[in-house]
Design a protein around this ligand. Structure first.
Ligand SMILES: [Zn+2]
Length: 254
């Protein structure tokens, strides 16, 4: 009788434990969250720092009108920023990307055609990244190590594949997603950034939003106000160098 109970308990244990193991094995890598990737230095959302530095980032460009206006404003306030460019747009406006670099800004890779990234396979991903690297190289003579997936989509495969070709995945501070691509109104964009500004923030904006000048107008308010509060605007690579801990990211020097 005792033996029978032991066997039953063993069976229950195997059932439960076996179930747990199966579940653990089948947990998709997409469930790995921010803590996992941040700890490993594989994705950056923002940088913990005592220094009053902020990284402004602009996605989806270059654009013949908006990007140029943004560059003029950045120059006026001696601000440096990072442009996550789309490869097929770089091919249309290589001169603008060259200007970005020559004025001290940083270029990042934001894919070639800006496709949905949720279920992208690695060969398509590599193709999207490499074609953009080539376009950036043609325009500027440099290759970037920064990568921002369209829509901020990430999973184990995206992080691994981009890391394997020497790129660091860069997202943005959750409290600094301006949603400027939705054209929410200049004041909403301004308020989002100014109300939430913290040391080490990575601010998400877009320099290509068809028929919208809201981002440019918002910057006319944001730049002088944050400067008045003592912030400096730095590129993403420079921001990483302000990290409080001696955090090991993949090499970000060009
Ligand atoms: Zn984008």
């Amino acid at each position: 009788m005792k033996k029978k109970i032991t066997l039953i308990l063993l069976a229950v244990f195997i059932f439960l434990y076996g179930g747990t193991v199966t579940e653990a094995r089948s947990v998709p890598s997409a469930t790995k969250g921010r803590d996992y990737y941040e700890e490993r230095g594989e994705i950056v959302w923002e940088v913990p720092t005592q220094s009053k530095v902020i990284a402004l980032t602009f996605d989806d460009g270059p654009d013949a009108h908006t990007t140029v206006q943004i560059l003029d404003l950045l120059k006026q306030y001696e601000a440096k920023a990072t442009f996550f460019v789309v490869g097929n747009r770089v091919e249309k406006h290589p001169d603008i990307v060259a200007r970005e670099l020559s004025e001290g800004h940083e270029i990042g890779n934001h894919s070639y055609t800006h496709p949905p990234f949720q279920n992208i396979n690695s060969s398509r991903l590599v193709n999207e990244l490499n074609k953009t690297q080539d376009a950036i190289f043609q325009a500027t003579g440099i290759r970037t190590v920064l990568f921002r997936p369209p829509g901020g989509s990430y999973n184990e495969s995206i992080v691994r594949t981009s890391k394997d070709i020497g790129m660091l995945t860069v997202l943005w501070s959750w409290h600094q997603d301006t949603l400027d691509w939705r054209k929410p109104g200049v004041n909403r964009i301004v308020k989002k950034v100014l109300d939430n500004a913290h040391n080490g923030d990575i601010v998400l904006m877009h320099d290509f939003v068809p028929t919208s000048t809201q981002t440019v107008e918002a910057l006319r308010v944001i730049l002088p106000e944050l400067q008045k509060r003592g912030y400096s605007f730095v590129t993403v690579s420079e921001l990483l160098s302000y990290h409080d801990k001696s955090h090991k990211f993949i090499e970000v020097n060009h």
